[in-house]
Design a protein around this ligand. Structure first.
Ligand code: IFM
Length: 415
């Protein structure tokens, strides 16, 4: 596998996604959750982007991960919006002028409404439609070396095909496997397309990884559940990059092998890490699983009830190291109204990151989620992940103490 990242600077950045800051009148999520369509002003970044990009400079980051909103670029099946493409190109140009490395995510959960209605991911033609979009982006956009094809493909599948809480709202394991295959085929093809137009590109997915543990250590069923979940949620995608196959392991049956053409199609791995989840066998719950967050380490829970568990970052980076490609933490952050908690979260995770690098793990970047407060999927506007707060009435952005602390951390850590 390739292990080259040309730039020798550690990437210190922040991450965002288009829909969470900009919304889009053409996206599936706009009808799925009405928070943004009821409050169109909160999606102010699409007009205030120049002001927001100044915050990056103020923070002192050298990299910025953001996404393109596919539904703005292709609002209807055969219609391309060149102004939207020019808008994203302008963002890239501003970043480059300011010596900030852009990292672009092509797909971050949302879809054009026409796509999800006519070609949802479990349908084979979804592949062609997504690749048309990639092709259009590659023929118009310049100056991007770092690409993320899909943000958290497993979260998309869990939400869209198992829980049914995200579009297309299915609860069907067979369709989920079809969708998984089609998404990974798209990754493989997009990887080749990006490399043929940008030979030194660095391409990855952003894989959400979690620390998963049995609720009751003494209980064999809880242990078995945690083991299966750990394999499927964290490892099966890594193994697919190593072997070109997704193994779906069943507890008492042979595993199912799904061939996916993605072997070695990865120049680095983007790791999104937030929390640890405890799992308990409960026959009265859906699929026999009950999930819980517990404050075991004494760091507390976030406003969304997630356990703050910095040591889990080391665990997932260790798992990811088996790929033998550089690792970049493409998301890590906390929803809280408290700056003190945000600072403690950031410091404790970056301490672990530093320890991992000292131990020899090849980690080349860290992106804090997120730059400014934004819309959180299914939660609305009260999950405050931003280094800058946003007053959603006046649209005023204000730095939190954590913003100053992050600037200081980036200068003081020798990574
Ligand atoms: O806001 C999300 C982001 O879109 C994907 N990763 C997790 C974040 C926090 O839930």
């Amino acid at each position: 596998m390739k292990t080259e990242i040309a730039s020798d600077r550690f990437l210190w950045g922040v991450a965002t996604s288009a829909f969470q800051l900009e919304g889009s009148p053409y996206a599936d999520w706009t009808t799925w959750d009405s928070v943004l369509s009821d409050n169109p002003d909160v999606t102010s970044h699409y007009t205030l982007y120049k002001e927001d990009l100044k915050l990056l400079k103020e923070l002192g980051v050298n990299a910025y991960r953001f996404s393109f909103e596919w539904s703005r670029i292709q609002p209807r099946e055969n219609v391309w919006d060149y102004e939207a493409l020019a808008h994203y190109q302008e963002i890239i140009d501003i970043l480059i002028e300011n010596n900030i490395e852009p990292m672009v995510t092509l797909h971050h959960f949302t879809h054009p409404l026409w796509f999800i209605k006519k070609y949802p991911w479990h349908e084979y033609p979804s592949i062609r439609k997504f690749l048309d979009y990639v092709d259009k982006v590659l023929s118009t956009i310049r100056g991007v070396k770092y690409w993320i094809t899909f943000n958290e493909p497993y979260v998309l599948l869990l939400g869209g095909y198992l829980e049914g809480c995200m579009p297309p709202g299915k609860r069907d394991a067979v369709l989920a496997l079809d969708a998984l295959r089609n998404i990974l085929v798209c990754h493989g093809q997009a990887y080749d397309m990006i490399h043929s137009s940008i030979p030194d590109a660095m391409v990855s997915v952003a894989h959400n990884m979690a620390a998963l543990a049995p609720w009751r250590r003494w209980n064999p069923m809880d242990r078995l559940l945690a083991k299966i979940a750990k394999y499927f949620y964290n490892h099966s995608l890594l193994d697919a990059f190593l072997t070109g196959k997704v193994y779906v392991k069943f507890p008492f049956r042979k595993s199912l092998e799904i061939p996916v053409p993605i072997k070695d199609k990865l120049d680095f791995l983007g790791v999104n890490y937030y929390t640890r989840v405890h799992m308990r066998f409960n026959p009265f719950k859906k699929m026999g699983v009950e999930l819980r967050h517990r404050d075991i380490d004494g760091y507390g829970l976030t406003d969304m009830g997630w356990e703050i568990h910095p040591r889990g970052l080391e665990k997932v980076l260790r798992y990811a190291s088996k790929l033998d490609v550089p690792l970049i933490i493409t998301e890590n952050g906390i929803a809280t109204h408290s700056s003190r908690k945000k600072i403690r979260f950031m410091k404790s995770h970056i301490d672990i990151l530093e320890r991992c690098v000292r131990k020899g793990m090849d980690v080349r970047g860290y992106f804090y989620w997120s730059l400014i407060d934004n819309y959180e999927w299914l939660q609305g506007l009260d999950s405050r992940f931003g280094l800058y707060t946003v007053d959603f009435t006046t649209l005023e952005r204000k730095p939190t103490k954590a913003a100053f602390y992050y600037s200081y951390l980036m200068k003081s850590r020798n990574l």
